[in-house]
Design a protein around this ligand. Structure first.
Ligand SMILES: [Ca+2]
Ligand SMILES: [Ca+2]
Ligand SMILES: [Ca+2]
Length: 147
């Protein structure tokens, strides 16, 4: 009787572990997917340097002066208040300066084309958009400077 029950258990236990592993696997897979999706980044409330990741980010500047470097990826960046310097760096970026006198840069350096059509919007204030004509960058609400 005891032997018979033990035999049943040896069959049931691996099956139970298998089910637990499947359920655990199901819950793990979506969370890994979320890590690969767009990350939301809030810059430090006091302003200063603020960095995106190498992936696609949505970055929110503080009410103060932010220096935002978005990293590679197709980033969406909101400078919000303060006189911000925003660098889209590589990737097709959408940048809005928000209030304040902002400097928006389609790329990370003044080497010309980054190969992506970035969208720069100075929003309110006296803003400057640093763009590249061969990339097909678009601009609004800003003075344009080739960069
Ligand atoms: Ca990025
Ligand atoms: Ca701003
Ligand atoms: Ca860019």
């Amino acid at each position: 009787m005891t032997t018979k029950n033990n035999r049943k258990l040896t069959k049931i236990i691996p099956l139970a572990f298998g089910l637990v592993a499947i359920i655990a696997g199901m819950s793990v897979v979506p969370s890994l997917g979320q890590q690969e999706a767009t990350a939301a980044i809030n810059c430090p409330s006091g302003g200063g340097a603020c960095y995106g990741t190498s992936g696609n980010d949505t970055i929110y500047g503080s009410a103060n002066r932010d220096i935002i470097l978005a990293g590679a990826g197709d980033d969406t960046i909101f400078g919000n208040g303060g006189d911000d310097n925003i660098y889209g760096e590589a990737g097709k970026d959408t940048i809005s300066g928000g209030a304040g006198n902002d400097n928006l840069y389609h790329s990370g350096s003044a080497s010309g084309s980054d190969g992506f059509a970035d969208s720069l919007d100075g929003d309110s204030g006296s803003d400057t958009c640093h763009w590249n004509s061969s990339d097909g960058d678009t601009m609004a609400n800003c003075t344009s400077i080739p960069w």
